[in-house]
Write a protein that binds this ligand. Structure first.
Ligand code: HEM
Length: 445
């Protein structure tokens, strides 16, 4: 007989309150849940059982040890209305094949070759910046990381007007996704509400651009070995390639997953640096010592230890992926808790990264905490900005390199001070964003 128990949770069978609070103020809800119930909590969202796991070993069980018993949660699957059936949303044998095909584009040697593209676009952006002007940095970072992702992964040089259309269309699609989250996805994507119609048009505009990129590459038949070429050339055991829709879904997934997260990470890093002058000073010292005023290159990375720690610490405090969900495909027991089939389990980077059991003075921005000794002692899933297990972020090394190089390129050239009079609010959308953005005053160093 099983001795497993259910996690603690509020009494009452049918409570619409928790779902409402979760969808309307998720960060507050999950932080409060952890405070009230501890490492594991159980709710019912309408009729669906939902658990929150807030302890590294429980998270490891879900993502790795018993990972085969889980699929992505319904909210992630709903992302399919924009992403289609790409790497982030697909499951099973199809996902395994796609992951195998995409993997070589993220190997070390390949990622190394992306470094000059990254710093080249950074230089181009910096040439447009003027001392004394104020800029909204999240929009700047979104444009920059979008161009980098399009060029490195798909060989596409995006024109400025295309970058604007992609930015606006993604924003419209995400706004509608957020609106649907607020209804607990009772509002279906297929219904023709005004919001859904606007989102569909936005996705159509995006599709137009993506199919153009794909067609251009197909016709060019260049001897390139970027990710798009690999996807175009991939054949399964029957000799069949991917059809247009499959290609579109992968390109859309990588373009979205590959730029929005890194742009959020950089924005929060500038926000933290602006409020922590001691850290900024230390960072400038390292960059001066290593780079002596030149642009960073890939080979500098091993010497940019503090810069790397700044990115790591920023990903801890403001994790772009602030929570991850999984749905249990069969009954199981995790950490002594019964998990019935179909239960959704949320694991939140936001909660665990701010837990004083794993991070001393968790609210402080202290990159110096990331010593080798600290990292060795830290429980595996106390820090998981890129997820973990077989579905770990495929672009993690790329993202770390990109963020480190971009910081090293920007910080020695411009001081970014917070423009006065703003109230920066957290906006936990698809990624954790600042609302409405963050205005910085630029001063050339
Ligand atoms: C700071 C930047 C980034 C963060 C914080 C981040 C975070 C994550 C997380 C947490 C997951 C796992 C989601 C889950 O298991 O449910 C994930 C998956 C993924 N990420 Fe990232 N990511 C970042 C950058 C990138 C970049 C640069 C790319 C591509 C160029 C990328 C592509 C992907 C893809 C394709 C997946 C799905 C992988 C799969 O399921 O096989 N990400 N990311």
């Amino acid at each position: 007989m099983s001795t497993a128990t259910l996690p603690p949770g509020p009494k009452g069978v049918f409570l619409p309150g928790p779902l409402y609070r979760f969808t309307h103020d998720p960060l507050q809800f999950i932080a409060r849940t952890a405070r009230e119930y501890g490492d594991a909590a159980r709710f019912r969202f309408i009729k669906f059982p939902v658990y929150f796991f807030n302890r590294p070993d429980l998270i490891e069980e879900v993502l790795i040890t018993q990972g085969a018993k889980f699929i992505k949660s319904a909210d992630l699957r709903e992302g399919g209305s924009v992403l289609g059936n790409g790497l982030l949303t697909s499951e099973g044998e199809f996902w395994r094949r796609q992951r195998r095909l995409a993997r070589p584009a993220f190997h070390r040697e390949r990622v190394m070759a992306y470094a000059p593209v990254i710093t080249g676009y950074a230089e181009e952006m910096l040439e447009t910046w003027r001392s004394g002007e104020t800029r909204e940095i999240r929009a700047e970072m979104m444009r920059l990381t979008l161009k980098i992702a399009a060029k490195t992964l798909f060989g596409a040089d995006l024109r400025p007007e295309t970058v604007e259309v992609i930015g606006e269309s993604l924003a419209a699609a995400i706004r509608q996704y957020d609106a649907r989250v607020k209804t607990g996805f009772l509002l279906k994507a297929k219904w023709s509400t005004p919001g859904n119609v606007r989102a569909r048009k936005a996705v159509q505009r995006l599709d137009g651009i993506l199919y153009e990129i794909i067609d251009h590459r197909r016709k060019a038949r260049k001897e390139t070995d970027d990710l798009l070429s690999m996807l175009l050339e991939a054949r399964d055991e029957n000799g069949d390639g991917m059809n247009g829709k499959q290609l579109r879904d992968e390109v859309m997934t990588l373009l979205l997953a590959g730029h929005e997260t890194t742009a959020s990470a950089l924005t929060w890093t500038f926000y933290l640096l602006a409020q922590n002058p001691d850290v900024e000073k230390e960072l400038l010292r390292e960059l001066g010592d290593v780079l002596h005023g030149r642009m960073p290159i890939y080979e500098d990375l091993p010497n940019l230890r503090f810069t790397d720690a700044v990115v790591r610490e920023s990903l801890r405090l403001y994790p772009p992926a602030w929570a991850m969900g999984r749905q249990c495909a069969e009954d199981c027991v995790i950490g002594g808790y019964d998990v019935p089939r179909s239960t959704t389990i949320y694991m939140s980077q936001w909660v665990v990264h701010h837990d004083a059991r794993y991070f001393e003075q968790p609210e402080r921005f202290r990159p110096s905490r990331w010593s080798e000794e600290f990292q060795k002692k830290m429980p595996k899933f106390a820090y998981f900005p890129f997820g973990g297990g077989p579905r770990v972020c495929i672009g993690a090394s790329f993202a770390m390199m990109e963020a480190t190089l971009l910081l090293a390129a920007i910080v020695p050239r411009f001081r970014l001070a917070l423009a006065p009079g703003q109230r920066v609010k957290l906006w936990p959308s698809i990624t954790l964003r600042p609302k409405p953005g963050i205005q910085f005053l630029l001063t050339r160093r």
